[in-house]
Each structure stands twice: as C-alpha cells, then as structure tokens.
Write a protein that binds this ligand. Structure first.
Ligand SMILES: Cc1ncc(COP(=O)(O)O)c(C=O)c1O
Length: 466
C-alpha cells in the first residue's frame, strides 16, 4: 500500500522508521501496526532494530578517543535480543545485579566485557562476579570495599575493582550533591588507601554516574575531579586503567531539544586528552554507560482503546495497558509520552482526552489533555519513546500479565522477543511455599493457567484442565 506523508506536526524527525498508509494506519519500518496488534495482541511493546543499531553506532562514532569502550546499561532494557544486538555492535555491558551478569553471559558477552556496578552486593554476589571473572566490581562505599577485600581474601583470588566516586559537583542546574551513589569526594583518598592495603584487591578504575544530565559540560567537570583522584592513585603506585563516567545521556521525548553525543564528543575527547596529559597520566580506557539514549526512542507502546468515560469537563479514554504493567514511568516520573492515533493518523485532532490505564487505581493515568481524533473502542494508540525503563520496571499489579514485546527487524520481519507473562509463573512464588491444595489439584490448576483462552474459544482445544 502506498504511504502518505504524516503531517510534519506529528511526524517527529526522531522517528525515521514511521510512515502511514492512505487509510491513516501507522507503519513501523514497513510493518502495519494493525498487523502487530492482530498477531500479537495488545498491550504490546514494539522495538525497532534499525533505530537501536543506528543509535549505538552514532554513540560509538561520536567519541574519537582511541581507548573508548562504551558499555550498555542493561538495567534500562535487559531484553536478551537487545543485549545480543549490543554485543554485535561491539558494546560492553554495565550490569547492575547478578541477574544482569547472567543475562549478559546468556547473550554471549565475555566476562571481561561486563562490569558489575550497583549500591549493594551480598558476599555471594561478589563471589559470583569474581568467579565469573567480570572486568571489574564497582565498589559504592568504603563498607563495600572492605567486604570485597574480605571475600577476595577468603577466596584467595584477586578482585579487580573500580571505586565509585560522588564528586559532589554542581554545574548550572545540575548537582550530584544529593545523590546517594558513590563515595563522597572527601573520602575517596581514604578508599584508595584501603584498596592499596588490601592484599587481594586490584584497584584499576574510577567511576562516576550522574543520572539525568542535560548539559554535556557536566561530564568534563566530573572528569576533572576523577582525574585528580587518578593522580593520587599514581602517587601511591596504582595505575588507573579505566575512567568510567557513567550514563545519563538524554533522549528527546517532546519538542524540547536535548544535546546529542555528536555535539559533545569531539570537544569532550579534546578536553579529556588535555586533562590526562596535564596530569601526566598514562591514557586510560574511557567508558561511558548510556542506557536510555540507546533504546528509549526505539520503543513504541501499543494499546487498544477499550471504553470512553465522560466526566465533568473531560473525557477519559480507557486503554488495555496500564502504568503499572506497561509504562510505569508515566506514574513514577510523570514521564510525558507522545501519543499517536495509530489507526486514525489522517483524521483531524478535534478532541481533548485524558488516557487512563485499566487498573483499579485512580492514579493510573497514562497521558493527560491530549488532542486526538474522535476515538472509539477498538482504536489503536501508540505511546512513543518508551524503549527504556518500561518492561524492566513493569509490575503485575492487579495480577495483570506484563505484555509481550516484538522487534521489527531490519529485514522487515517481526520477531517476538518476549512473550506475555503466564499465570503459572506469576503465582509460583506463593504456590511453591503455601500448601493451598493437594498437589494433584494444584497440577490441574497450574495446567489451567497455561491454557490459551483464545485457542479454546476458537475451538482448537475442547477441554479445560485435563
Ligand atoms: C551506574 C549506572 N550507569 C548507567 C546508567 C544508565 O543511565 P541512563 O539510562 O540515564 O543512561 C545507570 C542508570 O541508573 C546507572 O545506575
């Protein structure tokens, strides 16, 4: 079907993969949104492979530094297919838990391509990461450093560590002063001495992660502080091989422009090299840990309108997704998602709607006061730019299944990359420990929860629970 152009007002340049057909239906890299909804059901996450690869390549090319090893922060979307793409594109992994280390290994990353960074690691976590042989464990506090030293001693194994620094910086509107991460700048020297004294600890890197950064100069300010600590390390005979400046790169989600890695890359590298030279340090490997920049704009949340509720002064459209099980950031961060009328792209937007999720909670609101065409039950809507911090943060509140996810591949095929939850696995943590029934009855119940009701109704399977 020939595509017609979407009004420039609605077609944002950040979605080069979107087109619409003459009937006003949205297509994602050539795949009709209607096909996706019919084949995989709604709500549904749709990821666009071409966009993910494009962003990774852009990020890698933006920093012309010889020893540049960016890591993908897998916490923002740890889907195995995405991890596999990251590996193919030559990214390393910033893992925030043993679970994420395991996922990275499943996606065929080498242990030395994984760094383990979070605020809390049990002794068992430390032992696991050390045995696996990750690139480094990032210690977040002096207490954690002491524990890593103790575990390493017990194992008689050298453990490579990064020290996570909170440089307590302030630049423009940005400040890290109130963030809980890392060792306060004033205590870093003490931590470095502790690491030096610990027989089985190899301090090889210094780390900073600044969360939501809107001015690229923040990275320069942080690098300046971190390099000072690297100089102190050198004075103690410790060579810092890695300087890791974390993630926090913004992505665009409304009409406000954000800085792009290409705009900061050259300048940053120049400044970084100057600082390293001035400090007379051996050039370290430079790490960044982008998460949301890589995948946020490549994700689309597809929902179906289920009903219309007229209320004084507003009309609410209820959809089959929810903040809890689908787009949690709409509630947690009051994240703004652009909403496209995916089956009515060519219809004028004459109605103002609030879009509510389907749980029994009045705060389950996905979007407020949006101008859209007149909507009816059955219409499809897309919530744009939701590729990061959605699937991984979704919960089963109201005992809802978390949705499936598909990826529109570069070759135009559709690949299911996560199926919908099953009741059997949702109930298992309780059924495993509570004797609610005779095991045979449970078995029947368990089987029942695996049955696909659509198949039953389509007459393909006639009996329940046998
Ligand atoms: C240590 C670390 N690195 C990287 C990231 C990724 O951040 P972003 O998605 O903002 O790039 C996070 C996110 O919380 C983080 O904690």
């Amino acid at each position: 079907m020939p595509y017609s152009r979407i009004s420039k007002k609605y077609l944002k340049p950040r979605w080069p993969f979107l087109k619409q057909d003459a009937k006003g239906t949205l297509h994602v890299d050539g795949v009709s949104i209607k096909t996706l909804a019919e084949k995989y059901g709604t709500p549904l996450y749709v990821l666009v492979e071409s966009e993910i690869r494009n962003r990774v390549r852009r990020f890698k090319n933006a920093f012309p530094y010889q020893k540049f090893r960016p890591q993908y922060a897998s916490k923002c979307n740890s889907n195995l297919e995405i991890l596999r793409i990251m590996r193919e594109e030559g990214m390393d992994i910033d893992a925030s838990s043993v679970g994420e280390i395991i996922l990275a290994l499943l996606a065929d990353f080498e242990p030395r391509e994984i760094t383990f960074t979070n605020l809390h690691k049990t002794d068992q976590d430390i032992m696991f990461a050390a045995k696996v042989g990750v690139q480094a464990i990032t210690v977040d506090s002096t207490e954690e450093l002491a524990r890593v030293a103790k575990v390493a001693q017990k194992m008689r194994t050298r453990i490579r560590v990064f020290i996570r620094v909170n440089p307590l910086i302030q630049y423009g509107k940005y400040t890290s002063k109130h963030q809980q991460y890392g060792i306060a700048n004033s205590s870093v020297k003490k931590a470095i001495r502790m690491a030096k004294e610990a027989r089985y600890v190899d301090l090889i890197g210094l780390h900073f992660h600044g969360s939501y950064i809107s001015d690229p100069k923040v990275y320069e300010v942080a690098a300046h502080k971190i390099i000072k600590h690297a100089v102190y390390c050198k004075s103690l005979g410790i060579r810092i091989r890695y300087i890791d400046l974390g993630g926090g790169f913004p992505y665009q989600y409304n009409d406000t422009e954000v800085f792009q890695p290409e705009e900061m890359g050259k300048r940053f590298v120049k400044k970084f090299e100057e600082m390293i030279k001035k400090a007379d340090l051996h050039p370290p490997t430079l790490i960044f840990e982008p998460g949301k920049f890589m995948v946020a704009n490549a994700g689309i949340g597809l929902v179906r309108v289920i009903s219309k509720k007229k209320r004084p002064k507003k009309t609410m459209m209820i959809v089959d997704g929810s903040t809890y099980a689908f787009l949690p950031d709409a509630m947690i961060y009051k994240q703004y998602y652009e909403v496209l009328p995916a089956t009515k792209m060519t219809t004028r937007r004459t109605k103002e709607y609030t879009i509510a999720g389907c749980t029994c909670d009045c705060i389950d609101i996905l979007a407020r006061n949006r101008w859209l065409p007149t909507l009816e039950a059955g219409d499809l809507l897309t919530f744009m730019d939701c590729g990061a911090y959605s699937t991984v943060m979704a919960s089963n509140f109201n005992t809802l299944k978390r949705p499936a996810a598909v990826m529109v591949k570069e070759n135009g095929t559709i690949k299911m990359i996560r199926r919908r939850d099953r009741y059997s696995e949702m109930f298992a943590p309780e059924l495993d420990v509570l004797k609610v029934a005779d095991p045979r009855e449970l078995k029947k119940f368990y089987d029942l929860t695996r049955i696909n009701i659509d198949k039953l109704w389509n007459g393909r399977k006639k009996t329940i629970g046998k």
